[in-house]
Ligand binder design. Structure first.
Ligand code: FDA
Length: 585
């Protein structure tokens, strides 16, 4: 007999675990979350918060979304992305990043009702955790996962109360391993991984210093400093990352992975800060120093029986592209509604298999992308002449040659421009962030061909109602002056049918099928004199259906199925599609 019982036990209250708790509690599912520490993230860690993650927060409630914006550095402060010899030294180049170039900004605005922003993990975690606990999650801090055993009905997990030193057991129907990159849950569940850990070594130096006069005129989250000879392998590139504008910062500096992680003292940390800033008199308050390794690992199987893993437990990669906590929160959005439907008896257990089919490819994709982004600094180093020699004097003179008023100088300037522009795949990869199209048993394509990407799929988000894709965002308007996104009409734990004025028959079909399956299916008829009108024509342009067709959207905003036009028997078609999606067939 276990000491405690719950429906879902979540190990970890990082972005993945806290988001899962918040979502499950919002869906009315009993859940408990434990964290081995006495509180949440104490260093800023992940920070770039992309639109897809903001859509999850918006789905949790406008209050949750608004609180994120309240504490975040706004998108306008994120994007100059400077390459320089120090913050006081010469600027080599810059690129507009994170949706701040005019073209990219338009794409962001057309894609989502939300805005990208910079929200350090020290703000994101408490927001998600608070949302989870206030909605019903039973949280226990200073509580460590020890082991688990599972049987046909559930999982028995042994936990250690770190305050009393006593072990206790929790019986749950499902166990979630959201316990980060050294996941013991994943290890005990026997998950297998592709890729490698420990490919490079990095030192994080968290510090306070007022750098306004060096950066406020070129606001950015990231300042890349190249100082030949200053570090590992001679290249000496450091990253100065804004934590709070413009007085709290984090420097990332390399160490040789072939040697043990260095013991970084305050004197060394202060020297690195002053060198990269380029001000030897700078008043610096070192707050924390830590080391970490660059990883390139993704789980090939993300679950085993009743145990599901998510977040860094299934994708371990460098911070490039800012995908860490974003993908973790999005894993939670994918799994939580499925667990809720199965636990409420509204779906067959096989629905949960779609988590593997849908998220394992994403894990591999983002780990691969983040590591490729590191390699893509190579062309910048090459263009600067930093790969020809390890002699710092020669490297400096190679770099200086870019200022020569001759043809060789012009060629070097062009090469530098092109190399910096190539970093768009790290700093403005909207497609990587938004283009996930799922293929699984929880998606019914009815054999319709997948629309090809018209532009580079890593850089540009392409909206479509092709089943598996995230439903297109379009603003629709009410007669009293209000407007909502099509994303606002969907989600919130429900399936939704979006249709047009000639689609009235879907209302009765959804009511009948919903009653039969014991679920609520929302229907929105978008058109004149309806609650929501397509005044700007954006929905008509993006829906890819006739006015009497239907787009059936899952609780996580992804299209489950669509009918281009009204079928002979809409009720039968909707029933068939939903039963397939929910593994009830
Ligand atoms: P996360 O690691 O955040 O949380 C794991 C949770 O599990 C914690 O609550 C932990 O206490 C708990 N836990 C672990 N073992 C347990 C056990 N046995 N029992 C109970 N609880 C247990 N990403 C990025 O995109 N940009 C960045 O700049 C950075 N920078 C960065 C710096 C540092 C120092 C780190 C460690 C990480 C980053 N990251 C990052 C990565 C980012 O922080 C990461 O992707 C997310 O936090 C992943 O969220 P998860 O919830 O999956 O794990």
């Amino acid at each position: 007999m276990s000491d405690i019982s719950t429906d879902v036990l979540i190990i970890g209250t990082g972005p993945a675990g806290s988001a899962t708790g918040a979502l499950l509690s919002s869906y009315g599912i009993k859940n408990m979350a434990i964290n081995r520490y006495r509180w949440l993230a104490h260093t800023p860690r992940a920070h770039i918060t992309n639109q897809r993650t903001m859509e999850v927060l918006r789905d949790l409630g406008r209050d949750v979304e608004d609180e994120a914006y309240l504490f975040a550095a706004h998108q306008d402060l994120m994007g100059e992305n400077v390459f320089c010899t120090s913050l006081t030294g010469e600027e080599i180049g810059r690129m507009k990043s994170w949706g701040t170039s005019p073209h990219s900004k338009a794409e962001h605005l057309l894609s989502s009702p939300t805005l990208m922003n910079d929200l350090p993990q020290t703000f994101m975690e408490p927001l998600l955790f608070k949302t989870a606990c206030s909605r019903g999650t039973q949280a226990r801090l200073s509580t460590e996962y020890v082991s688990h055993v599972q049987d046909d009905e559930g999982v028995t997990t042994t936990c250690l109360d770190r305050l009393t030193g006593k072990e206790f057991t929790v019986r749950s129907k499902y166990l979630i391993g959201a316990d980060g990159s050294n996941s013991r849950v994943a290890e005990h569940a026997g998950l297998t991984y592709g890729g490698k850990m420990g490919l490079g070594g990095s030192i994080n130096i968290l510090f306070k210093a007022d750098l306004s006069k060096y950066v406020a005129h070129r606001p950015s989250v990231l300042y890349w400093v190249v100082q030949p000879g200053a570090d590992v392998g001679g290249i000496g590139m450091g990253l100065v990352r804004m934590v709070r504008p413009w007085n709290e910062w984090l420097i990332v500096w390399g160490y040789d992975i072939n040697k043990p992680a260095p013991d970084v003292d305050t004197a060394f940390a202060t020297k690195v800060v002053r060198d990269l800033v380029g001000d030897q008199e700078l008043e610096v308050e070192i707050e924390q120093v830590s080391t970490w390794t660059v990883n390139n690992m993704y789980a090939e199987n993300v679950s085993n029986g009743r145990v599901y893993c998510m977040g860094d437990a299934i994708h371990r990669h460098p911070p490039s592209n800012g995908l860490g906590s974003n993908t973790s929160i999005q894993d939670a959005f994918n799994l939580a509604w499925k667990l809720a439907y199965v636990l409420k008896g509204n779906a067959g257990e096989k629905l949960l298999d779609s988590y593997q089919a849908e998220r394992a490819p994403v894990a591999k994709q983002i780990v691969t992308r983040a590591n490729k982004s590191i390699e893509e600094f190579g062309p910048i180093f090459k263009a600067l002449g930093l790969l020809d020699s390890i002699d710092p004097v020669k490297m400096q003179s190679n770099m200086d040659a870019r200022c020569d008023p001759n043809e060789a100088g012009e060629a070097q300037r062009r090469a530098i421009r092109e190399a910096i522009a190539g970093k768009v795949y790290e700093f403005d990869a909207h497609g990587v962030e938004m283009n996930q199209r799922y293929k699984s048993g929880a998606i019914q394509t009815d054999g319709q061909p997948e629309p090809a990407f018209e532009e580079d799929a890593e850089l540009h988000f392409q909206q479509t109602t092709w089943p598996g894709a995230r439903v297109p965002h379009a603003w629709v308007y009410s007669t009293d002056g209000g407007k909502v996104s099509t994303l606002d009409l969907t989600g919130h734990g429900k399936f939704t049918v979006l249709t047009g004025l000639r689609g009235q028959d879907w209302v009765a079909a959804a009511a009948t099928v919903g009653k039969e399956l014991g679920i609520e299916i929302a229907v929105h008829i978008i058109g004149p004199r309806q609650k929501w009108q397509d005044l700007a024509g954006d929905w008509a342009r993006s829906s890819e259906i006739e006015e009497n067709g239907a787009v059936l959207v899952r609780p996580d905003h992804h299209v489950a199925w669509r009918a281009r036009e009204m079928p002979g028997n809409p009720e039968a078609e909707l029933r068939r599609a939903l039963k397939d999606v929910l593994a009830l067939a």
